[in-house]
Write a protein that binds this ligand. Structure first.
Ligand code: AMP
Ligand code: GLY
Length: 426
């Protein structure tokens, strides 16, 4: 098969690394890719939302399967674009159509979906400018902290968690009246705060059957001890020690099965990954959010723990034969440590030369934000590398990742040295 992966981060490098190992692969293209994906296939410099350029590439390279990494092209309807095009309609796209991508693209849609299909989630209500006064009253019925969510995509910044009632009321007004997050906050979901420990569960589905992929925990804050600003993710661990077999069984029965059945009842033909953000509240799972794609950096620990041929599984998704496919995972623990550019998630500089990539080390170094300047690898993003290692324990794995991260150098590099630390006592 000729395969095209859309995206340019660590997630796409992990996909490319895995798919490059498949016996079923002929040629692999990554658009736009990065300096790391160039080792797995051919990078093509086109934007993931330039559907016409994607079409030309698929036609030119005789692509048999397209794997979409990020949410943006899915929410904008890349899968529908393929289905509505005479040339592309028979080329399978892994990733939902616009209707399924609403699970991520609209918080209001996803909350309604959960309520309708009996998926446990926090109590909520949705408001617009027209009923803002009811929203202000609804806030008074809740206890602090208050959770306000912009309905639409807001680059991961659309969720506010506020301790003070008056401040929450002001922010609700800012979102609805002053368009704090543009049109994304023309609707706002207000929900109850869930107390517990967070983790993520990943599902691959062909719309009929599914495979439950390894669970992972990510580390969202920039600072050690979970302090400072939110980022795209500073590290991840899989498996998650507090998500034991009993808990995962509950997730499968109470969340995964009703979600897949719900999609079917709604007539949504969903083929792709579902990333379910969960809160473990005293052993009971509640859904915080759905995403219509894999997580980054969670992919960098989840995909390496899959022993089976990923391309074979994706082919199963495309042909709705996923139930026939072999699916095995490795028991070892995988950790990833994300190396970022100094200043991230605020302003940072790009274009710094990277040294030490060819040193001997015991890790998989996935590139998140790199590019070539001639033959030299340079930094090209806030998140630069995701360094993944295996071990018999979190400690063993993460120490390998730290040792590798110590050997890779660029100006103002930073990474958290406490990834997985909170989980070592489970
Ligand atoms: P989301 O974009 O929906 O994933 O929200 C971002 C983050 O806010 C989540 O990863 C949680 O840490 C937190 N969060 C969202 N909703 C809730 C909730 N109802 N209770 C507690 N924390 C929440
Ligand atoms: N690491 C969180 C995400 O990919 O949304």
């Amino acid at each position: 098969m000729n395969v095209l992966i859309l995206g340019s981060g660590g997630r796409e490098h992990a996909f490319a690394w895995k798919i490059a190992q498949s016996k079923q692969l002929q040629n692999l293209y990554i658009a736009p890719g990065n300096a790391g994906t160039a080792n797995c296939g051919t990078n093509v410099n086109i934007a993931v939302t330039d559907f016409e350029a994607v079409k030309n590439l698929v036609w030119e390279k005789d692509i048999d399967l397209v794997l979409v990494g990020p949410e943006d092209p899915l929410v904008k309807g890349i899968h529908d674009y393929f289905l509505n095009d005479e040339v592309l309609k028979d080329v399978p796209v892994i990733g939902p159509k616009k209707d399924g991508a609403q699970l991520e693209g609209s918080k209001d849609f996803s909350k309604q979906f959960m309520m309708k299909h009996g998926v446990p989630t926090a109590r909520y209500a949705t408001f617009t400018k027209d009923n803002i006064n009811e929203g202000l009253k609804f806030l008074e019925t809740l206890n602090a902290p208050y959770v306000l969510k912009a309905d639409g995509l807001a680059a991961g910044k659309g969720v506010l968690i506020i301790n003070d009632l008056e401040e929450a009321k002001t922010e609700l007004q800012n979102m609805l009246v002053n368009s704090k997050f543009g049109t994304a906050s023309s609707k706002v979901v207000i929900e109850e705060f869930l107390q517990g420990i967070e983790l993520s569960v990943f599902v691959l589905t062909d719309g009929k059957s599914y495979k439950l992929l390894p669970a992972a925990k990510d580390y969202k804050r920039i600072g050690e001890g979970d302090t400072g600003l939110n980022t795209g993710g500073m590290g991840a661990v899989s498996p998650v020690p507090f998500a034991d077999e009993t808990f995962i069984k509950k997730v499968e029965e109470k969340i995964v099965k009703p979600s897949i059945a719900g999609l079917n009842k709604e007539g949504i033909d969903y083929r792709g990954f579902i990333f379910i953000g969960l809160m473990n509240c005293n052993g009971e799972p509640f859904v915080i959010e759905y995403n219509c794609r894999m997580g980054d950096p969670e992919t960098e620990v989840v995909i390496p723990r899959i022993k089976s041929d990923l391309l074979d599984l994706l082919h199963g998704v495309a042909t709705q034969t996923l139930h026939q496919k072999n699916y095995e995972t490795v028991n070892e623990t995988a950790t990833t440590v994300v190396m970022v550019s100094g200043g991230y998630p605020e302003a940072f500089e790009k274009g710094k030369p990277v040294n030490g990539l060819n040193e001997h080390h015991d890790s998989l170094v996935f590139h998140s934000g790199t590019a070539f300047k001639g033959d030299e690898v340079i930094t090209n993003g806030g998140r630069v590398f995701a360094v993944t290692s295996f071990g018999n324990s979190i400690e063993e794995a993460v120490n390998k990742s730290f040792a590798t991260a110590d050997k890779i150098n660029y100006e103002k590099k930073y990474f958290r040295r406490d990834i997985g630390k909170d989980l070592m006592n489970y």
